[in-house]
Ligand binder design. Structure first.
Ligand code: BTN
Length: 272
């Protein structure tokens, strides 16, 4: 029963949002929901449109990695967004999605998720979901964001490739019970809308405040892997653009954008 595909009609009557998921494309299988959403933007598809796949055969993660998305076991979806905020604030969208995800998991399970900058959601130090945000221009050159979300929900342990078994987890494993994916998705879409509309009103402070409350790495000594090497320092704050303020040993504060870093506390493995 729990592993049936989600259909658009399973969602339509239960979603009471103003913007997000007013239009839904739901597929049994798709290469990548982000790729499909990008094609929709080129055809001038609407702000808020949801693209959901019950399975992805070419799911993409950050840093050019692939994202494992087997049939009817997780939530794999993308939402088209057209922010009116300045582009230098777009990093906040990553944070708000992570906050919405953590709060949804907290509400729907007894778990206590933690956030790792910029947008990984961890449970017991293992990654349960990932966010991939990409920009796309429509024919009239308006900038859209594609917010891609993957949540590991009802997989089996043996479903995960070996290289992920130490670093990834799924809700069924952590709660020891099967999760209703439709209920989880509906709750998440409402939370995403709430925080996204706050962002559109310019209320990034609310998002940053919530994000910081959920992050155990703040004020801790961390190292961040970047393409040009690794830097270390104290994770002092998030700035108004959602960048990490890292205090280096020489006292200088570096503001890091959510490029493609890995963040790890000293002595802990880096998750990506
Ligand atoms: C990460 O590497 O942490 C980000 C993973 C994002 C995966 C989701 S699944 C739905 C959407 N479509 C994709 O191809 N990727 C994102």
């Amino acid at each position: 029963m729990f592993n049936k595909p989600i259909l658009a009609e399973d969602l339509e009557n239960k979603i009471h949002t103003k913007l997000i998921a007013k239009k839904i494309f739901a597929f049994e299988t798709l290469g990548s929901t982000n790729d499909f959403a990008k094609r929709l933007v080129q055809k001038d598809e609407h702000n808020g449109t949801l693209v959901l796949a019950n399975e992805q055969t070419k799911g993409r993660g950050r840093q050019g990695k692939s994202w494992y998305a087997p049939p009817n076991s997780g939530l794999w979806f993308s939402i088209i967004l057209e922010p009116i905020q300045p582009t230098d604030k777009f990093g906040i969208v990553s944070l708000l999605a992570a906050v919405a995800l953590a709060k949804t998991i907290e509400r729907m399970t007894s778990l206590k998720p933690a956030l790792k900058w910029p947008n990984d959601v961890l449970i017991n130090s293992k990654k349960v979901s990932g966010i991939l945000i990409e920009s796309q221009f429509s024919n009239n050159r308006r900038a859209s964001l594609i917010l891609g979300v993957g949540i590991n929900v009802n997989q089996k342990k043996t479903d995960f490739p070996d290289e992920l078994s130490e670093t990834a987890t799924f809700l069924r494993e952590e709660t020891k019970s099967v999760i209703n994916r439709v209920d989880l998705l509906i709750e998440l879409l409402h939370k995403l809308e709430y925080f996204y509309l706050e962002f559109q009103k310019g209320n990034s402070d609310l998002i940053i405040k919530n994000w910081k409350r959920l992050c155990p790495f703040l004020d801790k000594f961390v190292s961040v892997k970047q393409s040009r090497g690794e830097i270390e320092g104290r994770f002092e704050n998030l700035d108004e653009y959602g960048r990490m303020a890292l205090r280096l040993a020489n006292g200088e504060v570096k503001h890091l954008s959510a490029g493609e870093p890995n963040l790890c506390q000293r002595g802990e493995p880096c998750y990506s």
